[in-house]
Design a protein around this ligand. Sequence first.
Ligand code: PLP
Length: 435
Amino acid sequence: MSTSKSQSELLFERAKRVSPGGVHSPVRAFKGVGGTPRFIRSACGAELEDVDGKRYIDFCMSWGPLIFGHQDEEVAEAVRAALARGWSFGAAEPYSLELAELLTGALPWVEKVRFVNSGTEAVMAALRLARGATGRSKIVKFDGCYHGHVDSMLVRAGSGLAEMASPDSAGVSKAVANETIVVPLNDLAALEQAFELHGRDVAAVIVEPVPANNGLLPHAEGFLARMCEIARRHGALVIFDEVITGFRVAFGGMAERTGLRPDLVTYGKIIGGGFPVGAYGGRAELLDLVAPSGPVYQAGTLSANPVAMAAGIAMLKKLRRENPYAQLEARVETLSREIEKLAIGHDVSVQRFASMFWFVFGKVTSRDGVVRAPGETPASQKERYARAFHSLLDQGIYFAPSGYEVSFLSTAHTEEQLSRVTAAIGDTLAAEKGR
Ligand SMILES: *Cc1c(COP(=O)(O)O)cnc(C)c1O
């Protein structure tokens, strides 16, 4: 057996010398599963290729943006055409206008929109706008929803229900954490209580309309509608953070699927076609409060970058034309059913929503048998997922390197690839049992 190091191992050693943990976003470092992260040198369709020349069927898909797979030809062509015209003007240009008109024309709850460079930036700006619009300072968020690395969102629940939050990252000040109220997911009584205690100070409630950053934790039926009703009764705005769900669960995300109308909405991931784009939008009277038309300041040197705008336009036009949602959803349903058949007797289940799915390793003990809050995830999740992850990685299948991240199906995944994945999962479960 060869003991020489792989190219990924060599690069990781070098990367750790020059960047924290060797990466530029934490989950990429494989800390959740152990081992050496694979350094990817190229990707095409549903496949990644690492620097050692090994290929993987990819279900991470850059964490969601690539709904048509890697190197989609329409996006690639749009980007090449944009590059030929120059790649940053720092001035008014027609490309962001086209994308803005595409959005406002298709999504009635987006009367106006502002482009930024990431989902985090979109959330940060939407929260500031909500505070500016209401003159209130507090934000209600749910434990188990992720909203990017905005200071006020990097918080965890305080000691009592509806208590002020405490920092969940070093470097977040107590004062900032104090402006956030963290409520358990799917707990309408706690939400009511939070609003009764702090209602007059709450600028907005922010929610992932399908929580998909701590596993996939679908809200119970009716939760979102009641949440909107409670917030509005207290004069607070409703922010749907659709950075993952926007253009993923339907073109118009969960606002379209539920018929609920957020006051503000944030987008990211798919909206840039794999390039760094975020956006926040909502009612015109709210967006008109943003500089230069209003007093809420927000700016960006590279905002609405023309190459990224071109990628986003190509992506969203193709999504509108091809409307792949029903087919993606049906394929995830079939895949999940096949995996669950193999998983009988293994205490593994699959939670899914549209083209997203998540493996649950362990017995689910919640009342309806669905994990709907982080505390309901089985204790065995981390360790069992890590073992399965490495078994699948060895077989050329790349799931997200953490048991708390969801998987994404793209239109580029072939039936042959899905059959290979199902077989590999069957082998993995059988081997686990035989340990
Ligand atoms: C990914 C994500 C973010 C953060 O977006 P970045 O582009 O990583 O900054 C915010 N909210 C949700 C719901 C997300 O899924």
